[in-house]
Design a protein around this ligand. Sequence first.
Ligand code: COA
Length: 301
Amino acid sequence: MVDTSADWIVSRTGIHRRRIAADSESTSSLATAAGLAALKRAGLSAADLDMVIVATSSPDSLVPATACRVQAALGAFGASAFDVNTACTGFLYALTIASRFIETGSTKSVLVIGAECLSRLLDWDDRNTCVLFGDGAGAIVLQATSGTAGVQHSILGADGRGGDLIQIPLGSGRRPSTQSVIDGSHWIKVCGNEVFRWASRIIVSAIRQLCLETGLALDEIDWIVPHQANDRILHCAAKDLAIPLDRFVRNLADYGNTAAASIPIALAEAAEGGRFLPGDRLVLVGFGGGLTWGAALLEWG
Ligand code: COA
């Protein structure tokens, strides 16, 4: 469809393959599947949930929230439900909101999902974006616990001045939808090179800030679970932080950039592969449209 090659994509991004949702699927159906898998693993039922949060920048619709569709599909009728849209940082924002609610004591069990159907928002004639993104979903259940395991600290940041660098301009306020389809503003637009340089800096500064605020030394981090946007960003971060690359959980090669879903997919895959041991210190780090970024320190239970 576009002038590109497998060699270019692999060497410039690290992506070998990715998943595209079937016509019958949507962000909410992927989110529901991930949510069910997380509940099963946690040994909980949907009735146990107090809250469902879906981080996504490709919601099924503006209203209702995708989280409400998921709540209905799961039958989690005792749970509040809402979406968080901070693009690729969505999962970090949702995780932080969920852990703060749990810390207040008012909320016991929260299903936090990152889910995207970005293939529907890709301009397949734009080689700058159509080779990068994939569809998917990942989920975790957060619960109140008396032990030390869990989310120990998180930081969040935003700089709206960089909003134009990653955009899906279609919305409710700026221009009528009919006009948007004519001028292509329903497609994802990315200033790749500028985002690349910014992302390579912010991933490092977010991890450093998290370490500063928690007193954690860089060499005490067992695993970094980063947003999977470009393997070269992770190579740069590993070099700048002097942390071996094999302590970064990387699965971009198999999924492409799944935005808000990338961190929970990487987390779930690594957990299923038995890579984390009880007591391991994990740093999750995300960055993306907004511009936004975030990092969280977790102790694996
Ligand atoms: N196939 C072949 N050539 C391509 C291409 C593709 N799919 N996409 C872009 N190019 C070309 C560009 O047109 C440019 O050609 P030119 O020099 O003739 O203009 C050339 O490759 C280099 O472009 P550049 O933007 O400098 O490449 P890059 O090294 O920055 O890699 C990205 C491009 C998109 C892979 C990289 O910038 C990136 O990963 N950015 C961050 C990803 C992102 O934005 N994620 C979303 C938020 S987390």
